[in-house]
Design a protein around this ligand. Structure first.
Ligand SMILES: Cc1cc2nc3c(=O)[nH]c(=O)nc-3n(C[C@H](O)[C@H](O)[C@H](O)COP(=O)(O)O)c2cc1C
Length: 196
């Protein structure tokens, strides 16, 4: 999209923005992910945006982490990406589903061995008595998988945010930014302009 030209397929537009981000920004996939407990207590953290298709956007994590706990009980999320270099902010809100084991494994297999060992060793988001405890878990995982391929842990995998709303924000002068929000409806997407 150039500036405020209209468009009508927000998933394709999302793809085009990610492509533009990858061409222009050092770490374009750095995404803030917000989840909430069932009683509405929010939390946010950075994850890497690892996939996009017509269904939604995906990221990968430990499903027994705090975000995993939130998503099990309240499968909804919001995500935001900002690229200074392009003057763009992308906001996605939606329902969350787990990726299939095959999808999780396909991504897992792209991860270096050290990251795979770390995934087995780290009980993500749980309290550690000391750093040494983590080091011991790493040593255990290294011993367990010595000489072997490090398999996909049963507690690790992807989530897909299936968007119900996508906002494309473009910086413009004097804070008179462009904001185009798409909201998913039964028949398709409805778009609206929002005041900056
Ligand atoms: C640049 C960056 C990228 C990250 N990517 C991921 C990721 O893709 N998956 C992940 O689980 N954690 C990632 N993290 C760590 C998370 O921010 C967070 O510390 C961790 O997932 C635990 O979050 P939780 O306790 O809310 O579940 C990343 C952190 C940074 C700073």
């Amino acid at each position: 999209m150039v500036g405020h030209e209209p468009f009508d397929d927000p998933m394709a537009q999302l793809g085009a923005w990610l492509e533009a981000g990858r061409a222009a920004v050092p770490h374009p996939d750095t995404m803030t992910l917000a989840t909430a407990t069932p009683d509405g207590r929010p939390s946010a953290r950075i994850v890497l945006l690892r996939g996009l298709d017509t269904r939604g956007i995906t990221f990968f994590t430990n499903r027994t982490s705090r975000k995993g706990d939130d998503l099990r009980l309240n499968p909804r999320a919001a995500a935001v990406v900002h690229w200074w270099e392009l003057g763009r902010q992308l906001r996605v809100e939606g329902d969350v589903e787990e990726t299939t084991e095959d999808e999780s494994r396909a991504y897992w297999e792209t991860r270096p061995r050290g990251s795979r060992i770390a995934a087995w060793a780290s009980r993500q988001s749980r309290a550690l008595a000391a750093r040494a405890e983590l080091d011991a878990h790493v040593a255990e995982a290294e011993e367990r998988f010595a000489g072997l391929d490090v398999p996909l842990p049963p507690f690790w995998g992807g989530y897909r945010i299936v968007p119900t709303s996508i906002e494309f924000w473009t910086h413009r002068e004097n804070r008179l930014h462009d904001r185009v929000r798409f909201v998913r409806e039964a028949e398709g997407w409805r778009s609206e302009l929002l005041a900056p």
